[in-house]
Ligand binder design. Structure first.
Ligand SMILES: *Cc1c(COP(=O)(O)O)cnc(C)c1O
Length: 362
């Protein structure tokens, strides 16, 4: 492979498109005749303003974001949004959370500091290996929003259908599935995610929020940086933004547009995941840990059922040039994260290796 790159199955920060890395490398000493790199540039410069404007416009085109939604680029990763969401959206002081894994659990725990949190459904009983039926949940009449993590990065689940929120605002953490398939933005009040899983470098969250949810009548003690109106009224530049991450994400948006947009990504991602799941379903040594209908296209946890065997397989994959396949400790075993930038050949090579390993260790 060019540049001696290996197949990197990391859950995040994660592999990025080689074409994008090449473009960045070519621009790193002198960005388009500006005489400096984007790392060195004032965020108030015309050159950088154009980078942000194009990034937003390209994201809007990719996701078909309606006019009445704002796109915000905010530092602090997805984790800061666990606090920002209740601080900005709790008007009645009540929110309903669906807890399907580590990330939605963390978000619910944080929200409890700011108001009443009802956990209206959870899959904790089977270690978050499925998505509960969300067609008729006991939504609190006063709930300001219903919260989901749409793709649980650690547990490897995704929603086959969105929950019925009975008219309440839906808030979704899409960190590990952002731009992996088409998304009907109008179904949500807020979509957000850290970009370091499926888009770019760490340290930036993108928040897509319906305008009427951006309020000014917040508790005056709300930290200024956690207020959505701060970011919305300052074009995501109240302070120095994560310029570098915005620049790189912008490159990835252009790369996706050039390659057929999200419809095309969905087809490719489904084909890649099928290679992995078909193997796991036919293997005698390995099996997936998630119920079939709720399986993620992006994060695929799998185990042998024997901890020592898992450790041996992880070591063997690493020696063979497949990195970051160790599963999270709460699930154990292995996890292959196969985001947009993981090529089909990477998944096929991994499956070929695991097949051979299985034969040799039968
Ligand atoms: C990684 C991840 C987070 C946390 O992201 P940070 O940018 O590290 O704060 C939150 N939610 C999901 C679903 C994630 O995968």
């Amino acid at each position: 492979m060019a540049y001696d790159r290996i197949f990197n199955f990391s859950a995040g920060p994660a592999t990025m498109p080689v074409e994008v890395l090449e473009e960045i490398a070519a621009e790193v000493l002198n960005y388009r005749g500006s005489g400096m790199s984007v790392m060195e540039m004032s965020h108030r410069s015309k050159v950088f303003q154009q980078i942000v404007d194009e990034a937003e416009a390209d994201l809007r085109e990719l996701m078909h974001i309606p006019e009445n939604y704002k796109v915000l680029f905010i530092q602090g990763g997805a984790t800061l949004q666990f606090s920002a969401i209740p601080l900005n959206l709790m008007k009645n002081g009540v929110a309903d959370y669906i807890v399907t894994g580590a990330w939605s659990k963390k978000a619910a725990t944080e929200a409890k500091k700011y108001g009443k949190v009802n956990v209206i459904a959870t899959s904790e009983d089977r270690n978050y290996s499925y998505i509960p039926d969300c067609s008729d949940l006991p939504i609190d009449e006063d709930a300001d929003y219903v919260y989901i993590c749409e793709n649980e990065t650690i547990h490897g689940t995704t929603y086959p259908v969105l929950p019925n929120t009975k008219g309440h605002v839906l808030v979704s953490d899409q960190s590990s599935m952002f731009l992996s398939k088409p998304c009907n933005v109008a179904d949500y009040g807020v979509i957000y995610g850290g970009v370091q899983k499926n888009i770019g470098p760490a340290g930036l969250a993108i928040v897509i929020i319906r305008e009427d949810l951006i309020r000014e009548d917040l508790d005056p003690k709300t930290p200024v940086y956690l207020r959505y109106d701060t970011h919305a009224s300052n074009g995501s530049m109240y302070n120095t933004p994560n310029c570098w991450a915005i620049y790189v994400c912008g490159k990835v948006f252009k790369h996706l547009l050039k390659n057929g947009g999200l419809e095309s990504m969905a087809k490719i991602n489904e084909a890649k995941a099928k290679v992995m799941y078909d193997f796991l379903d036919s293997s005698k040594l390995f099996h997936g840990t998630v119920d079939r209908r709720d399986r993620s296209l992006m994060n695929i946890p799998f185990v042998t059922g024997d901890k020592d065997k898992d450790v041996a397989v992880i070591a063997a994959t690493k020696a063979a040039g497949f990195d970051n396949l160790k599963g999270h400790k709460s699930v154990g075993g292995l996890r292959a994260s196969i985001y947009n930038a993981m090529p089909q050949e990477g998944v096929e090579a991994l499956v070929a290796f695991l097949k051979k390993y299985e034969e040799e260790n039968a």
